[in-house]
Design a protein around this ligand. Structure first.
Ligand code: R5P
Length: 290
């Protein structure tokens, strides 16, 4: 009981120690509210985010035919999981307590104009699922550019109401040039309009100007499947040039040995291990089937 406290003989108020007021280190996030910072801390560890949301417009693409069989064994090695609510509820064990980044936009399939998306989840359902962030596709230069930006800003408003960060995902249309100029434009627009962090593609020339001009953290998507060494090089270079993490899908779940690959990507992102050294570890883990 509280009044029993008075019976205690000594108290130590540490009067000589000023109360700590430490800045929140994550890029551009110091002014956010506690809940938002707490969720972001559950994402940036730093961040190896396993992206498995492709089915929301592609269906059961290669490597994602059976999430229970192919993906669940990878979860112990992911810092964060990006997926749809359908996959989360049906196939991801609720004992997974790391950050879930929920795909929150959708609509058109691969057969239609992909930029014509709508918001695809209620904020109440996101809260019910205890997600760490919401992800929305933004199609800068796409046919439905304004609509996709409006999806982002509405989700940011909803997320801000409840302390849920929004990840702006820059989608590059088939006819658009993937260069630093485009990525600077797309990432900066997402950040200016309120995204807590932004996903983009790595570009070999000038990626450091993309991360420098975006005031919030950037994570890179893996993109189409590459030989494993090249994928590790891309992850390494992105981190060295200012990315705060990777959001990799196909380069992990379509790798010859996905469990070995995700462990190796961790080495590059968490330990700054060189791609050549990490690739050797990949080969060993692959042989040992670990
Ligand atoms: C698009 O399907 C999604 O936003 C993916 O999460 C994103 O492209 C990352 O996956 P990948 O590394 O396969 O490109």
């Amino acid at each position: 009981m509280a009044d029993k406290d008075r019976t205690q003989k000594t108290h130590n108020y540490h009067l000589d120690i000023p109360m700590k007021n430490e800045p929140f280190e994550l890029r551009g996030s110091n002014s956010l509210d506690w809940g938002m910072k707490n969720r972001l801390s559950n994402i940036f560890n730093p961040n190896v985010m396993l992206a498995i949301d492709h089915g929301y417009f592609l269906g059961p693409t290669s490597g994602l035919e059976r999430v229970d069989v192919n993906i669940v064994p990878l979860l112990p090695y992911a810092d964060t999981l990006m997926c749809t609510r359908g996959i989360l509820r049906s196939s991801v064990p609720p004992t997974f307590t790391k950050g879930v980044v929920l795909r929150a936009s959708g609509g058109p399939s691969i057969l239609k104009e992909l930029s014509n998306e709508e918001i695809a989840v209620d904020i109440e359902d996101a809260i019910r699922l205890n997600v760490a962030a919401l992800a929305v596709q933004v199609f800068i230069g796409g046919e439905f550019e304004t609509k996709s930006i409006h999806n982002l800003t509405r989700l940011v408003d909803m997320g801000n109401r409840y302390g849920i960060p929004v990840l702006g995902v820059t989608a590059v249309g088939k006819e658009m040039t993937r260069d630093a100029k485009y990525m600077r434009l797309a990432t900066r627009i997402c950040a200016e309009l309120g995204a807590s962090y932004v996903k983009t593609y790595y570009v070999a020339e000038g990626f450091e100007t993309v991360t420098a001009s975006c005031p919030v953290p950037i994570v890179i998507a893996g993109g189409k499947k590459l030989p494993e060494l090249e994928a590790l090089e891309m992850a390494y270079n992105a981190i060295q040039k200012g990315a705060s993490g990777v959001d990799m899908g196909r380069n992990i779940f379509q790798a010859e040995a996905p469990i070995a690959m995700i462990q190796t990507v961790r080495k590059v992102v968490h330990e700054n291990m060189s791609p050549a050294e990490a690739y050797e570890i990949y080969q060993t883990l692959k042989k040992e089937k670990k």
